[in-house]
Design a protein around this ligand. Structure first.
Ligand code: NAP
Length: 346
């Protein structure tokens, strides 16, 4: 069981990408979630994989589901409903916990639970290892190398179209907590109305209007980066897509099940008059979440990442990677092209 990873919410859109990626990485996914029928249908598509149904409100079933797992990857959102119960079951069983939330409040709930629920610190608890959250956190961590503090970190999510899943829509409805940014070195409410500006993305995305829209990356970065200001923007066209109830769900256009959606994530760090910029580009934000979450599971299992207790994604940076980022072909899973103007590990 030392390479077994329980995927909670396995039959969701993101969960499926994570299961496929875990298999690709040589790990053994165990399918879990609240709907036995959904799990059964998925097991038919992935013959040989074990199924362990459990609802989050059923602590006995959750305890049985996580038993013997090395890692639990939670892909079931809204995470304000699932993160703490699934994480609590994982740590009680001695399993590491990773999730893919974009919700700031869910990350804060998990961080606070470490202390308030007295979780043992001998396993890793890493929320937001996903496109929104962990990716920008890892990019900023790479770019900050050699600087102890920064004046400002700005994240710009460039997305050409956002075809939202039902889970994204449910999470948007559930996520009524005030959005937070860092200002004056503290988490404060994001400005309202949300600021807009023009952003020059690389590649075909080019010049875009972006709107202030902070996600989980603000909370994770605030945990470990000394920055006076941290903010995040999203292309306004993508926001318009998810605000439109008529926008359809993502449609697969390749064998991996990815949609045609293109993204660029820019992270800019400023210290005095100096500026560092690091970017990642790829296809399909749901598919791109899988190598982050599955990669985290593998780093934890292989012992590359030594994380204790609730931590930001940064703690999972693989130690054995080369000192320079290795660009991958954008169409090659995991489909991330990392570009950094200075030598920094990622
Ligand atoms: N941070 C990021 O970049 C990122 C990337 C991808 C996804 N996400 C988040 O991941 C979540 C899932 O997204 P998705 O695209 O995979 O959506 P999806 O295809 O609709 O799947 C949602 C999954 O969550 C399960 N679920 C929802 N509420 C649950 C609950 N209270 N208890 C147990 N299971 C529950 C669903 O089970 P049922 O079908 O039984 O309801 C389903 O398996 C969303 O919150 C989304 O925002 C974040």
């Amino acid at each position: 069981m030392d390479r077994c990873v329980l995927v909670y919410g396995a039959y969701g859109h993101t969960g499926r990408f994570v299961v496929a990626e875990l298999l690709r990485q040589g790990l053994t996914p165990i399918l879990s979630g609240r709907d036995p029928a959904g799990l059964g249908a998925m097991a038919d598509q992935f013959p040989g994989l074990q199924v362990r149904p459990a609802a989050v409100a059923d602590s006995h079933a959750l305890r049985d589901a996580v038993r013997g797992m090395a890692v639990v990857v939670n892909c079931a959102g809204p995470f304000q409903e699932t993160a703490v119960p699934v994480a609590a079951a994982a740590v009680a069983a001695g399993a590491h916990y990773v999730d893919v939330t974009a919700e700031q409040a869910a990350v804060q709930d998990v961080y606070r639970s470490q202390a308030s629920l007295g979780w043992p610190g001998d396993v890793a608890v890493v929320p937001a290892m996903a496109f929104y959250g962990g990716l920008a956190d890892l990019l900023a961590t790479a770019a900050v190398a050699g600087w102890e503090a920064v004046d400002e970190i700005t994240v710009a999510y460039g997305i050409d179209r956002w075809w939202p899943t039902e889970g994204t829509r449910n999470t948007g409805r559930r996520n009524t907590a005030a959005r937070l940014v860092v200002d004056g070195g503290r988490l404060v409410r994001a400005p309202s109305p949300a600021p807009q500006r023009v952003w020059e993305f690389s590649g075909p995305l080019g010049r875009q209007t972006v709107t202030g829209n902070p996600f989980a990356e603000i909370i994770t970065m605030a945990r470990h980066l000394a920055a006076s200001k941290i903010s995040a923007y999203l292309t306004t066209v993508a926001l318009d897509d998810i605000r439109d109830p008529a926008t359809p769900a993502p449609q697969p256009v390749d064998e991996a099940g990815r949609s045609a959606q293109q993204f660029v994530v820019d992270v800019i760090l400023r210290r005095g008059g100096e500026e560092r910029r690091i970017s990642a580009a790829g296809r399909d934000i749901y598919a791109a979440t899988a190598p982050l979450a599955a990669g985290a599971a593998r780093w934890l299992i292989d012992g590359h990442a030594k994380v204790h207790g609730a931590a930001a994604p940064r703690g999972l940076r693989r130690r054995s990677v080369p000192e320079r980022a290795q660009p991958a072909a954008p169409d090659d899973p995991p489909g991330l092209l990392i570009a950094s103007p200075h030598d920094s590990p990622i």
